[in-house]
Design a binder for this molecule. Structure first.
Ligand code: TYM
Length: 344
């Protein structure tokens, strides 16, 4: 006789998101992700934020640099306002249930789904044969990160949208294949003025830690002078700023700087344009610099302070891993039971 599977019909609202410790944090990570994680911290019963070190190694990482980047990312979370007493903060490899559930999902997801992923195509480039198998399977591990906590809401930047659709497809297929209602169908939360922060040198390219040009991005560790210089040198067009959003049409660099301003000031693009419409970039850029320095310098200062005591950071990560495992262990056990593993 087949076992009757208990099916929870409603899921407690729970937030999960992750960031790769594959280099320094950029303004894109901050505005598109961390700042929004902080906003959600008080709004949901449970918020879980992860340094996804297993994802980082899908491309080569120097071990010492990876350790440093993981701790620095943790410092970045805390300096930005994530409170380890309110949110669970941990690094992915400490909770082996992620990798275990990812294996199950590797057997649920289809090759065709993975081959359609634009991040896979971009990162593997022309030389797919030489890319790691982990890079190809990356989205199944991401689905496991989310679903091992039965997370319902996932705040991310726009570039992660396709991966979250795949997460939904994996949950739906698993639930259908095993005739259960076990995994939630996760909601992506892609909101605000800065879900896609662009390069300061080219408004058609995403701001990214892997861009060879340091001038293309603001790093969360940049000091006030560096921030001001990068904004002063940011690419723009010859026109002044419009008063209406329509006036940003076809002007990606102008749109990007206005979006950054709006996100840093916690306001809308409309409100920013009502204030700065008619200004030249030579007048707008100093305002943007001043705002960016006011918001970011305290964070980079606090990150540097926290990094002086990595023992304290490691303690926070120990505690986070313990709390995360408490949620993840029963979910993996139940998954194994559903799939038919003896002794689960
Ligand atoms: P990652 O590490 O590339 O980026 C972390 C977060 O920052 C956002 N982001 C941006 N947002 C706006 N503008 C930008 N220029 C910009 N650059 C990065 C990303 O959208 C992301 O939200 N696959 C994920 C990590 C991950 C994950 C997860 C996320 C692993 N498991 C589970 C959510 C849930 C990634 O590579 O993000």
């Amino acid at each position: 006789m087949t076992e009757v599977v208990q099916t929870p019909s409603a899921f407690t609202p729970r937030v999960f998101s992750g960031i790769q410790p594959s280099g320094g944090l950029t303004l894109g990570n901050y505005l598109g992700a961390i700042k929004r994680f902080v906003d959600m911290q008080g709004q949901y019963d449970q918020t879980i934020y992860c340094m996804v070190d297993l994802h980082a190694i899908t491309v080569w990482q120097d071990p010492e640099k990876l350790r440093h980047a993981t701790r620095e990312l943790c410092a970045g979370f805390i300096a930005s306002g994530i409170d380890p007493k309110q949110s669970i903060l941990f690094n992915q490899s400490r909770v082996p249930e992620h990798a275990q559930l990812a294996w199950i999902f590797n057997c649920v997801a289809r090759m065709g789904w993975m081959q359609r992923m634009t991040q896979w195509k971009d990162k593997a480039g022309k030389n797919q044969q030489n890319a790691s198998l982990g890079l190809f399977a990356y989205p199944a591990l991401m689905a496991a990160d989310i679903l091992i906590y039965h997370a319902t809401h996932v705040p991310v930047g726009e570039d992660q949208k396709q991966h979250l659709e795949l997460t939904r497809d994996i949950a739906i297929k698993f639930n259908n294949d095993f005739k259960v209602d076990f995994f939630p169908i996760t909601e992506p939360v892609i909101e605000g003025a800065a879900t896609r922060v662009m390069s300061l040198r080219d408004g058609s390219k995403k701001m990214s830690k892997s861009d060879p040009s340091d001038a293309s991005r603001i790093n969360m560790t940049d000091d006030a002078d560096k921030i001001a210089t990068k904004i002063r040198k940011a690419k723009t067009d010859p026109d002044g700023l419009p008063s209406e959003v329509d006036g940003l049409e076809g002007r990606p660099e102008a749109r990007n700087l206005v979006n950054i301003y709006a996100a840093l000031a916690d306001t809308s693009v409309e409100a920013v344009l009502a204030e700065v419409g008619g200004l030249q970039f030579s007048e707008f850029k100093p305002k943007l610099s001043e705002l960016a320095v006011a918001k970011l310098a305290p964070i980079s200062g606090e990150m540097a302070r926290l990094m002086q005591d990595t023992g304290e950071i490691d303690k926070i990560l120990d505690l986070g891993a313990e709390q995360a495992r408490e949620i993840a262990t029963p979910v993996l056990k139940r998954t194994y039971e559903i799939v038919g593993m003896v002794g689960a």
